[in-house]
Design a protein around this ligand. Structure first.
Ligand code: ASP
Length: 348
């Protein structure tokens, strides 16, 4: 059982996104407005059981403009305030929320408090907004404690439309509906109805004796190559010869399959030999890469390509940035891509 005691506190970090936007009367375009205006539309914030304090990005940003610098700012904000709050809620645009949640899950090593990202499909000032519900429930989850006073969900999550999901397992999969996010390969951590029902067997168990270990170094020399039938050799060759490139995610077919053409396998093999880390992630929303299942996947394995298991592309991109940011040699990066370091993949 869990509850929200009255002496809990949550830090709300407002980065921007639709949740805090307002329609420009002249152009009809949605633009950011500031946090004070946002709060006026949510008087419920004053009624919350817990103490809520906030910081905001100035100016707030549409999440399409998110860069690793934003992730560093978030890590710094959480790290600087770590001891003062029971949990953290980040208001963020939906477009790149899954990338931010994935990045934070790696950058906040040994996290033992909730970091809940949320946003909305309709601005909070609009009558039918989904923003209020998302915000109020996220705050409740960030403050929720077990009987012994430990946080119920000590990990980076996305809460959206009644579902609490592990952040590095999420993908934005709907640009229209309120249920914009899915965690295809990992069970939801909680469902919010009349009660918030936590699925404690799938929630990460934190080691509260370890202090938070924040990381700031990211290396973005990465490319994503999505396969399609008829892809030209020069497209693959040009991608793999990008100056300074250190890692490539190949979005393959089905359970990790790719064409067996000689030129394709030769280009991959040569890139691997040059020290480029190549990770195999499936284009399918659900399921895992099994490179030993078909000949078309087995050839990739023989070319030195690393299995991405059931990773989302968002998670693979940010994990590579994180590992390369540590300055690890390609062999070490390949090894760690095959291990779960923040609950981001299921092996076996
Ligand atoms: N473009 C917006 C953003 O990601 C969309 C949203 O918030 O839903 O910031």
């Amino acid at each position: 059982m869990c509850n929200t005691p009255t002496n809990t506190s949550v830090l709300l970090i407002y980065t921007g996104g639709t949740i805090g936007m307002i329609e420009n009367a002249e152009t009809g375009v949605l633009e950011n407005f500031n946090f004070e205006q946002l709060q006026k539309h949510v008087p419920e914030l004053q009624q919350s059981h817990c103490r809520i304090e906030s910081i905001q990005f100035d100016p707030p940003i549409d999440s399409s403009d998110v860069e690793p610098e934003v992730w560093r700012k978030l890590v710094k904000a959480i790290s600087d305030n770590y001891d003062k709050y029971n949990g953290f809620v980040i208001l963020h645009g939906t477009d790149t929320m899954a990338y931010t949640a994935s990045a934070l899950s790696f950058m906040l090593e040994d996290l033992s408090k909730p970091v809940i990202l949320t946003g909305s499909q309709l601005p909070i000032g609009v009558l039918r907004t989904d923003g209020k519900e998302n915000l109020m429930t996220s705050i409740e989850i960030a403050a929720a404690q077990n009987k012994d006073g430990s946080p119920v969900v000590p990990e980076v999550c996305i809460f959206f439309e009644n579902h609490l999901m592990r952040g590095n397992r999420t993908t934005k999969m709907n640009a229209e509906n309120f249920n914009a996010f899915r965690s295809f390969n990992y069970p939801v951590l909680a469902k919010a109805g009349i009660h918030i029902k936590y699925n404690s067997s799938v929630i990460h168990q934190a080691d509260t004796s370890k202090p938070l270990n924040p990381h700031y170094l990211l290396n973005t020399n990465i490319a994503v190559l999505k396969l399609f039938p008829g892809m030209h050799e020069n497209v693959v060759a040009a991608t793999l010869s990008i100056d300074g490139l250190q890692a490539v995610i190949i979005e393959t077919y089905g359970s990790g399959n790719a064409p067996r053409r000689q030129w394709f396998l030769r280009l991959l093999r040569e890139a691997t030999q040059r020290g480029i880390v190549i990770v195999n992630v499936t284009q399918c929303s659900a399921g895992t890469v099994e490179m030993e299942r078909y000949g078309t996947g087995y050839h990739l394995l023989q070319s030195g390509i690393v299995c991405g298991y059931d990773s989302t592309t968002e998670s693979a991109v940010t994990k590579l940035m994180f590992l390369l940011g540590h300055g690890y040699a390609p062999e070490k990066v390949r090894e760690l891509m095959g291990q779960s370091i923040a609950g981001e993949i299921t092996i076996g």
